[in-house]
Design a protein around this ligand. Structure first.
Ligand code: HEM
Length: 455
């Protein structure tokens, strides 16, 4: 086949694909801001505003918790921060991960990874992995987390002792601390045990996921069918090479760690001190019918090592930023912690309120994409007015409709969090100023920071 005819074929398929996506959209009547570009729609404003939410929070103010945005190539998309609609979407079997996540997941994680699995296979993996993430088990990881925190504070003191007046960029140090904590609690090993090649590649993958150019590519790519991505991953571009290397190395490392632990267990040694060890212990001791096989455990290496790092480091970075801005609050919080050393977290109400407020105002996943996998009707908490002036209390969506769950917008809704919702104020969690709306969105403090739970 000649190059020209192949190009014509691909263009025709792409045009057909885009046309069929357009026909599926039945939400054109919902109000939203005018689109600045046919190619990018609102995507650049949404993803690349100088400060997060520069456009998004204004749109929410002007159009309310449900409005229409344009995706790439003129595609209609819905931004949703209405709590009833969010709850329906995250709990309903009618929605799957959006094309953005599916494309990234297909490239970086293997098919047997928790992140990539779908339907019953996904539910089974999550149930099986729950044992490594229950509240009681997580408490056992405390020494690991404490060590990571101590190392971090030593590094900070060292930097400060060297140059007391200079600014210290805490983000790379936090990245390293969470990487270390995740591999220790997840696999019972140190960063060095993973080898220089993986450590270097991990840094490239983390940089890729947070760089301005990769999301741009992905945001645009989200509009492309999966087969184009599957073909593109073989392209000789640096970013794709890094992703191919990551996929290869994580598979190798997952298997090596699992083999090592099985050997230790055969020697009669305890292995149930980290997530992988606990999962294998369940299998080797036939402790539950949900137990994952060693191969299945090994396939979860990438699912723990990548999603575990950035969200945690970013959340801590925002928390530290807020503490730096308010020295009085910092002192009060420090006093609470110092007078409760060794006690449980539950006996530190201000610390809990502080963590919840960081997660509320700075959600690590500020927006999440979902796609309707069949026709369905989304309920709303209040009626909205369409472009024709007609009030509606539910929105019918067709299979294939892409939706954006506007987590950051929801977590700043004034009618729920109070008139000062844009402000960082941890005491809102203690003084009962949050309006209960009876809609449970997430397992932690009704925040949608996690639109899933391990159970
Ligand atoms: C402050 C810390 C964290 C925050 C705010 C956070 C937030 C989230 C959110 C919102 C999702 C859902 C994304 C979606 O539904 O599209 C998610 C998924 C996930 N996260 Fe985290 N995360 C954090 C830390 C971690 C850690 C430490 C790990 C593992 C060591 C982890 C592993 C995962 C995995 C495996 C998934 C996919 C789950 C599934 O497909 O069922 N996360 N996270």
């Amino acid at each position: 086949m000649s190059y020209e005819s192949m190009l014509a074929g691909v263009t025709a398929m792409l045009a057909l694909y885009l046309f069929s996506r357009r026909r599926r959209s039945i939400i054109r009547n919902i109000l939203g801001p005018p689109s600045p570009s046919w190619i990018y729609g609102h995507m650049l404003q949404l993803v690349f505003s100088p400060e997060y939410g520069d456009h998004e929070f204004v749109w929410q103010k002007n159009f309310g918790p449900i409005y229409r945005l344009k995706g790439c190539f003129g595609e209609d998309s819905l931004m949703i921060s209405d709590p009833v609609a969010l709850q329906y979407i995250v709990n309903s079997p009618h929605f799957g991960h959006g094309p953005l996540l599916v494309n990234v997941v297909d490239m970086l994680f293997g098919k047997k990874s928790l992140v990539a699995a779908k339907g019953d296979a996904h539910r089974r993996l999550r149930t099986a992995m729950n044992v490594g993430f229950s509240a009681a088990t997580v408490r056992n990881y405390q020494p690991v987390l404490l060590r990571a925190a101590q190392q971090l504070s030593e590094q900070l003191e060292e930097s400060y002792a060297k140059t007391p007046t200079s600014l210290i960029n805490i983000c790379p140090l936090l990245g390293n601390a969470t990487f270390s904590a995740v591999v220790q609690a997840g696999f019972g090993c140190s960063i060095q045990d993973l080898g220089d090649k993986f450590v270097a590649n991990n840094a490239q993958i983390v940089a890729l996921s947070s760089s301005q150019s990769a999301p741009r590519t992905f945001a645009i790519g989200a509009c492309l069918p999966n087969w184009i991505w599957r073909t593109m991953i073989h392209a000789p571009l640096a970013a794709f090479k890094e992703i191919r290397t990551a996929k290869y190395l994580t598979r190798q490392l997952g298997e090596k760690i699992v083999d090592g632990k099985i050997d230790l267990a055969r020697q009669g040694l305890e292995i149930d001190t980290d997530v992988f060890g606990i999962l294998l212990d369940q299998y080797l001791g036939s402790k539950t019918k949900h137990a994952l096989s060693p191969k299945e455990v090994a396939a979860q290496f990438s699912a723990l090592v990548y999603p575990g790092q950035d969200p945690t480091a970013n959340t801590i970075a925002f928390g530290l930023l807020e503490l730096a801005k308010d020295s009085e609050f910092q002192e009060t919080l420090r006093a609470e912690i110092l007078s409760n050393i060794g006690a449980s977290y539950d006996s530190m109400p201000l610390l809990n309120a502080f963590i919840k407020e960081v997660l509320r105002l700075y959600p690590a996943a500020a927006m999440i994409q979902r796609i309707a996998i069949e026709d369905t009707v989304i309920p709303l908490s209040d009626s909205i007015e369409t472009a024709n002036g007609e009030p509606i209390t539910q929105i019918p969506v067709a299979k294939g409709q892409v939706l954006t769950l506007a987590v950051a917008s929801f977590q700043r809704l004034e009618r729920y969090w109070g008139a000062d919702a844009q402000k960082f104020r941890p005491t809102r969690w203690l003084d009962r100023t949050i309006t209960p709306h009876g809609t449970s969105l997430g397992p932690y403090a009704n925040l949608s920071v996690k639109f899933w739970s391990w159970s």
